[in-house]
Design a binder for this molecule. Structure first.
Ligand code: 13P
Length: 253
């Protein structure tokens, strides 16, 4: 059975004090209220990773929001995968649409980031998703499938088995406009088929595919009930402990 995961992506939010408060609230609420088998991940700004690590438990793991594709060197301002590994980080978001859009990350560069993350035992949460233009007038399924092909399909089946995918339609991110459960299920099933065509049904069956894009306390349960939706990558709703915990509780085993 594939793992169910709910990851919070805090993006560039919270002061140090707020970050500690939110983390300890989330850890307590998850501990008290969540009984099902779901891995929670908090993807926090990198300056807080070391501090927040001490608040975490097995059920709540720590993730970064990006890493550089090189191990070290003259890349002012960047954070490397070996650095993240050295402070106990377990997950790293790669290829978020905001990084693709504002920092011009390409599929080829993301393939390198995936490689270095895996080489350092970090679990990549690999983001993919189409724009509104594509959704309205193009082959959006083919486009998202090609993001996987270009950045992930060089991996061996064993390596691919360590990847978590997050489907995040760009038009749903931070807009309050969520993909319907049917739209999410359609894409997730298509991606699973695409993975099966390359790696076979067993690898595809074991791949965790998260949904992200205005998932919140009200809609999470319905989205997570889709057979191919294995949890979520949560932006805005991960910034409030009560909302985030409710989202996590939306995962049914
Ligand atoms: P929102 O949940 O705020 O739409 O953000 C989704 C996202 O980008 C998570 O990575």
């Amino acid at each position: 059975m594939r793992k169910k995961i709910v990851a919070g992506n805090w993006k560039m939010n919270k002061t140090a004090e707020e970050a500690v408060a939110l983390t300890s609230e989330v850890v307590n609420m998850i501990g008290d209220e969540v009984t099902g088998d779901v891995q929670v991940v908090l993807c926090v700004p990198s300056v807080y990773l070391t501090t927040l690590r001490q608040y975490l438990t097995g059920r709540v793991a720590l993730g970064a929001q990006n890493c550089h594709e090189k191990a070290s060197g003259a890349y002012t301002g960047e954070v490397s995968a070996p650095m993240l590994k050295s402070i106990g980080v377990q997950y790293v978001i790669l290829g978020h649409s905001e990084r693709r859009q504002y920092f011009n990350e390409t599929n080829e560069q993301l393939a390198e980031k995936v490689n270095i993350a895996l080489a350092n035992n970090l679990t990549p949460i690999f983001c993919c998703g189409e724009s509104l233009d594509l959704r309205q007038s193009g082959d959006f399924v083919g486009f998202v499938a090609s993001q996987l092909t270009d950045s992930l399909f060089h991996l061996s089946p064993e390596e691919f088995g360590k990847i978590v995918i997050a489907y995040e339609p760009i038009w749903a991110i931070g807009t309050g406009l969520t993909a319907s459960a049917a739209q999410a299920q359609e894409m997730h099933a298509a991606l699973r088929q695409h993975i099966a065509a390359k790696y076979g049904p067993e690898v595809a069956d074991n791949t965790t595919i998260l949904y992200g894009g205005s998932a919140n306390a009200q809609n999470a349960e319905e989205l997570f009930a889709c057979p191919d939706v294995d949890g979520g990558l949560i932006g805005g709703a991960s910034l409030k402990s009560r909302d985030f915990t409710t989202v996590v509780k939306g995962v049914k085993n």
